[in-house]
Design a protein around this ligand. Sequence first.
Ligand code: UD1
Length: 361
Amino acid sequence: MKVLSVVGARPQFVKLAPVSAALTRAGHRHVIVHTGQHYDADLSDVFFTGLGIPAPDVHLGVGSGTHGVQTGNVLAALDPVLAAERPDWVLVYGDTNSTVAGALSAVKQHLRVAHLEAGLRSFNRRMPEEHNRVLTDHAADLLLAPTEEAMRHLAAEGLAARSALSGDVMVDACLRMRDGVLAGTHPAPQLPDGISPVEPHLLATLHRAENTDDPARLAALADALADLPLPVALLAHPRLLARAEEHGVKLARGAVHVGRPLPYAGLVAAVLGACGVVTDSGGLQKEAFLLGRPCTTLRTETEWPETLAGEWNVLVPDPAGLGPSRWADTVTRPVPAVDRGAPFGDGRAAQRVAELLEQRL
Ligand code: UD1
């Protein structure tokens, strides 16, 4: 069996690592196409080296652009690659512009498409990720759902026959990295200047369009982080830095210390070293949950509602609306006593993905 993976953005490289290993272990051919949506070394190269992923076979180099331009550029560049490779499966990951473009290019060439992380819904139609995941699910031939909740969403949209519960491959990657970090096989993470790894501190990220593109909203969130009672290590995505500069919002003030994004081992170590996480990232909400750190999510909804059980994750769309003391208490709440179970699977999802692709051929 020949599988062609289309990846382009940071979280997809993390998911690619266990999938690539499982496909290779099972003796399948695996072609990796990097769209170039993320091109900074901090968001791309360090994941391939740090996670032991083979270098991409093809790099499309599309770079940034408006959603239409970026999606269109991936689509145009991918057409000849898929035509030449004719894989048995085109595998697309998650909810990015690279994902929807990969799915479209494949279906139009009558190639089978499998969508990894299918069935997630925020039900917020203003999010580019929601457009991408809904369109991809309805285009794909095989929907690999990470959770029971995702299976229910797919069934509700009439897609049950094409769906299969694989579990979440990010669990495979995260738990494996956690074991490596705890065994001391990775160097200590490069935390922002001013953050002491042995003093209590929080870890934060912020990058979503709905939080960064509107100047007033970005300023309000920067204020809220600055006012927290513990030092905040803010790992800044290039989008955040670009929008903060454009809108004249100063990030490094009060509690906040700004640093660069971390490679995966560093991120896992940084979560383990923090008292809590504040984020708008889908992946980091789940990583905090898996690694047993309370998470506060700066959004009105989450695609991972399982993380909300027992307040392992709390949604705070408007920190100012909570008032300063409730905001501080929420973010610095202790580790919940409630058992969080294993709603995202057992860490063997990638092997199941390889098996499902073979069975459904
Ligand atoms: C994308 C995904 C998002 C995912 C995130 C992970 C879409 C619609 N969004 O968002 O779902 O959570 O990746 O990080 O696909 N930029 C750089 N260097 C880079 C990449 C981006 O400077 O290597 C800048 C771009 O110039 C642009 C901004 O960051 O201004 C946005 O990049 P883009 O890839 O469009 O979306 P992300 O915000 O990263």
